[in-house]
Ligand binder design. Structure first.
Ligand code: TLP
Length: 339
């Protein structure tokens, strides 16, 4: 089976498992787990922030960032298709009591889009308090948020005294594709979330980084939300292994995604915007129901996800070999021919 559903489907390699088995651990709730403490120090440093916190998931990191920078009834401005709107179980409303406003369309937005999304400062409007961008943007097909737009959004957010959060679940991919450091990419933002369980191949875990005081508040929330785990250095060891060993190879996932996109784009009834394939995600639009192609491809040995009525998503990752791309594309073509 060639599993292209997500870069979350990877399994820890033997060397990662060894690092996990040998991890020095302690009760992390007492602050006693040396491996967790080392990971948090390293992540703060790598992301250029005062402090970082090891959390269970990207969802938890995003929601903590929201909780720490908003009050119930506030509005959080995000791009079209943002992860917290689509895939976080309604946590923005259920846990944080906020509502989302969408700026722009297609995932990216400009300062003008942000201004258009901001409600007037009046007693009858929700108070806008936070702007969040996603880099890479998942539903936009792993696209890199253009730097000039980040700059103008940041200037506009500061003018309106709004907090800034970066959902950097796949910031590793941005850094690998552009050569820009993680710290530089995260610098304009108050808080940033990164995930070890996406392209880097760790079994679980994310980090939330930001100002020390805010991260200490997030630590309280992590406890409140039942996410304070004990000898969790076993997982932190996998994350440390992943950050150290699996970042440089991301460029080969990007090359594989490009090759896959080119092959898919050549199939009749399939259209792929090749210029949008910038990292490890390929969105393909097809001229028939996506669910049918997903099922037909699965029967033939390729797994992928439908992300719209006629759109499928395929993601390359470290458990997809270079030699899997050609057969995967052939199976896609066969599935199209059969449905
Ligand atoms: N994305 C997953 C699914 O939830 C859709 C995937 O397969 O791509 N931010 C972004 C941009 C993400 O893509 C994801 C996961 C998250 C946050 C949440 O991470 P987890 O799954 O750790 O809660």
């Amino acid at each position: 089976m060639i599993d292209l559903r997500s870069d979350t489907v990877t399994k820890p390699c033997p060397a990662m498992r060894l690092a996990m088995a040998e991890a020095e651990v302690g009760d992390s709730v007492y602050g006693d787990d040396p491996t967790v403490n080392a990971l948090e120090r390293e992540m703060a440093e790598l992301l250029g922030k005062e402090a970082a916190l090891f959390v269970s998931t990207g969802t938890m990191g995003n929601q903590m960032a929201i909780a720490c920078q908003t009050r119930p009834g506030d509005e959080v401005v995000v791009g079209d298709g943002a992860h917290p709107i689509w895939y976080e179980g309604g946590a923005g409303a259920a846990l944080n009591g906020i509502q989302f406003a969408v700026a722009g369309s297609g995932g990216f937005f400009s300062a003008d889009d942000l201004r258009a999304a901001l409600k007037p400062r009046a007693y009858y409007s929700p108070r806008p308090s936070l702007v969040a961008i996603e880099n890479t943007h998942n539903r936009a097909g792993g696209r890199i948020f253009p730097g000039h737009l980040v700059d103008e959004i940041v200037a506009c957010a500061k003018e309106h005294r709004l907090g800034l959060h970066l959902d950097g679940a796949r910031l590793w991919n941005v850094s690998a594709a552009t050569g820009v450091s993680l710290a530089k990419l995260a610098a304009p933002f108050d808080t940033v979330t990164v995930c070890f369980s996406k392209g880097l191949g760790a079994p679980a875990g994310s980090a939330l980084a930001g100002p020390r005081e805010l991260i200490e508040e997030a630590r309280r929330l992590r406890h409140r939300w039942g996410g304070a785990m004990r000898q969790v250095g076993i997982l932190a060891a996998a994350a440390r292994y992943a950050v150290l060993n699996n970042r440089a190879r991301l460029v080969s996932d990007h090359a594989n995604a490009k090759r896959l996109a080119e092959r898919l784009g050549a199939i009749s009834g399939v259209s792929v915007a090749l210029q949008n394939v910038e990292t490890n995600i390929v969105n393909a639009d097809i001229d028939r129901p996506a669910d049918r192609i997903v099922a037909a491809a699965r029967e033939r040995g390729v797994m992928m996800n439908a992300i719209g009525p006629k759109r499928v998503r395929l993601v390359t990752h470290l458990d997809v070999r270079d030699c899997d791309i050609e057969p995967a594309a052939q199976i896609f073509a066969d599935a199209m021919a059969a449905t």
